[in-house]
Design a protein. Structure first.
Length: 370
């Protein structure tokens, strides 16, 4: 075999093989694209922070309130309205539960119950604990109060002005007081002489007034008075007009003597436990003060409304109303003056400003005389 053309043949063969390889490569399918693996979270990206869960509402400040009035009495209803307004204006941060009618502490124990914390708040009469409030007892003197609103304003204003040590163991919010006490009787009373020997229901200060008018005081509670008048155990009662309807005593008397020239009142406190008051946030204390200031006139108005209803009641029964002439009124004023002198002397002996307190009261009454 001739090898003359071998190099050419090898080159041709190599070229053919190369062509076949390239053709084969071109005929292979393109590799499938690989799936992109899930990317890791971008920790540098800004994400929206979910809202924080709302904080549970703060537990309300729960307070107990001992009120000596029965739940049906207008003054107890005013206390309830005051408590509701406190809850409203504090957006529910304060909740006050009222215990009416002596259900938590009896009337004479209400103040000391507040001092000791048996109740957080209390409403009762200063007069129920004679001697406990020597300066403020001047509020109840027979000074000729024209109505309950004036009595209430003066009681609150002068208590705040003098701030006596006798009430420093609680935080007094305000006071209120009924309209002038008058004489309701089974017999007509036109003069001091008609009072001589008359058996009159009265306790505490009113008993002193009865004595000074020449009558005989008979001590008993209001619930006992109706039957006592009915049976003649007593012949008269010294009381605010509202009592004649509220306790139905107008049914068992025949005459109403307008003795408002010596009209006394009974001052009632609304006070809070000292430590409890000090523990309250300042904004809550401010609401207590604000609402209490508004309720001064509300209580006074309520007393006057009750007196008006009592007046209508006795007129519906056709009871005779007796007006004292000015000269006779002056005699009654002079008859009770020793009670005022005794008050001043007692205060002076205790180092209390009784004379100044009494002068302020008399000036306030004169300024508001109708």
């Amino acid at each position: 075999m001739s090898h003359k053309n071998t190099p050419w043949r090898l080159g041709a063969l190599t070229a053919a093989i190369l062509i076949l390889v390239l053709a084969s490569a071109c005929s292979k399918p393109a590799p499938a694209p690989q799936a992109t693996p899930p990317s890791a979270p971008d920790t540098t990206a800004t994400t929206e922070t979910p809202p924080a869960p709302s904080a549970p509402p703060a537990k309300p400040i729960e307070l107990s309130y001992s009120v000596f009035f029965p739940p049906t009495h207008l003054q107890c209803k005013e206390a309830e309205a005051w408590a509701q307004e406190m809850e409203k204006r504090t957006n529910g941060r304060v909740k006050i539960t009222i215990y009416p009618g002596g259900s938590l502490t009896q009337a004479p124990q209400v103040y000391e119950g507040v001092v000791s914390g048996i109740s957080d708040l209390g409403m009762s009469c200063l007069a129920y604990t004679r001697g406990r409030f020597p300066l403020l007892e001047g509020l109840d003197l027979p000074l000729g109060y024209p109505n309950g609103k004036v009595a209430t304003r003066l009681a609150t204003d002068l208590t705040r002005k003098y701030a006596p040590a006798e009430i420093a163991d609680t935080h007094v919010l305000y006071l209120h007081a009924h309209g002038p006490g008058i004489l309701a009787s089974k017999k007509p009373v036109h003069t001091l002489e008609d009072m001589a020997g008359l058996k009159v229901r009265g306790t505490g200060l009113s008993a002193k007034i009865i004595n000074n008018l020449g009558a005989t005081p008979i001590g008993m509670s209001q619930p006992e008075t109706y039957e006592a008048l009915q049976k003649g155990v007593v012949e008269a009662t010294l009381c605010p007009v509202e009592t004649l309807k509220g306790w139905k005593q107008g049914e068992v008397v025949s005459y109403i003597t307008d003795s408002s020239a010596i009209g006394y009142t009974t001052a009632m406190f609304v006070t809070m436990n000292k430590a409890k008051w000090d523990s309250l946030p300042a904004d809550i204390q401010a609401v207590f003060n604000e609402v209490s200031d508004e309720w001064v006139d509300r209580h006074g108005t309520a007393w006057d409304q009750a007196d008006a209803e009592g007046q209508e009641f006795i007129r519906s029964l056709s009871r005779e109303e007796i007006a004292l002439p000015e000269e006779e009124q002056a005699r009654w004023v002079q008859a009770v003056k020793p009670i005022l002198d005794e008050y001043v002397a007692g205060c002076t002996a205790k180092g209390l400003p009784g004379a100044e307190f009494l002068a302020d009261l008399q000036a306030g009454i004169a300024a508001n005389a109708s």
